[in-house]
Write a protein that binds this ligand. Structure first.
Ligand code: DGL
Length: 268
């Protein structure tokens, strides 16, 4: 029985897309979330800068006595997971890429042609490709960086023609030319445009790592005997810039759940 909170962080509001999938766990567990909204997006910055930002975010969660850190960001998972795990060996740190790759391999069939979309840093890291090919080297994997998606999503430009044009701009040739049938949303912001992607490409099978990671979180809590028996206490959401996009998203996610939510601005 461990009533300490689970810590999440992302460059902004993207990591919040994991939270609705936590509904079962949130009956007994509480969370602290940090979104670095003042410095988002991370995905086109240098790895050195991302490491500095990730180190500050993880340090903040550790100061707040979390029992586990969830890197709810593909960009940070691709570049900082091993450094953070070395720095905090006593705290389980879960990255989002490995569980997603496992799911992709397990659900693949003979003819699967897998596409991965993400930030420039995630795609350049080749972590998705390498991790998938460690389990199945014959699975065809194609990657595409879509750097304009995150700034548009953070601005709330989601359900409209601008987003649809951007989706077609990035994905039309990528999906057609590579004959992709399964697409991993390799950035935690992208579930927010999942329905637009599905509308543009109705035959695509979508893998959403924000959903898959929750299973891994539960497994680790059980394995390490870190589960809380509840009751859950207040969930705390911190942002380096408390933007309306961020607070609206939290309102949307927690509406009607009865979960108690506290917002805080955090200067790093
Ligand atoms: N949500 C992020 C990810 O999963 C971050 C994107 C960004 O800040 O560019 O990669």
């Amino acid at each position: 029985m461990d009533r300490r909170p689970i810590g999440f962080f992302d460059s902004g509001l993207g990591g919040l897309t994991c939270i609705p999938h936590m509904s079962e766990l949130l009956k007994t567990e509480s969370i602290i979330y940090f979104g670095d909204t003042a410095r988002t997006p991370y995905g086109s910055k240098s790895v050195k800068t991302i490491k500095t930002f990730a180190d500050q975010a993880a340090g903040f969660l550790v100061e707040n006595h979390v029992k586990m850190i969830v890197i709810a960001c593909n960009t940070v998972s691709a570049t900082c997971l091993s450094d953070l795990s070395k720095k905090y060996p006593e705290i389980p740190i879960v990255g989002i890429i490995e569980p997603a790759c496992k799911e992709a391999v397990l659900s693949s069939v003979q003819d699967t042609r897998l596409g991965i979309i993400g930030t420039k840093v995630t795609v350049d890291s080749l972590v998705y490709e390498k991790t998938i090919h460690e389990s199945n080297e014959d699975l065809p994997v194609f990657q595409k960086a879509c750097p304009a998606f995150v700034p548009l999503i953070e601005e709330g430009i989601i359900n409209n023609d601008i987003m649809d044009l951007t989706i077609h701009y990035y994905l039309d040739d990528f999906i057609m030319e590579n004959r992709i049938d399964t697409l991993i949303l390799g950035c935690t912001h992208y579930p927010l445009i999942r329905s637009r992607i599905e509308r543009a490409f109705p035959d695509l099978k979508i893998i959403d790592p924000s959903r898959v990671i929750v299973k891994r979180i539960s497994e680790i809590l059980k394995e390490k005997d870190l589960l809380s028996k509840g009751p859950a206490s207040e969930n705390r959401f911190y942002a380096s810039d408390l933007s309306t996009g961020f607070t609206n998203m939290i309102d949307l996610i927690f509406k009607g759940t009865g979960a108690s939510v506290l917002f805080k601005n955090l200067e790093l």
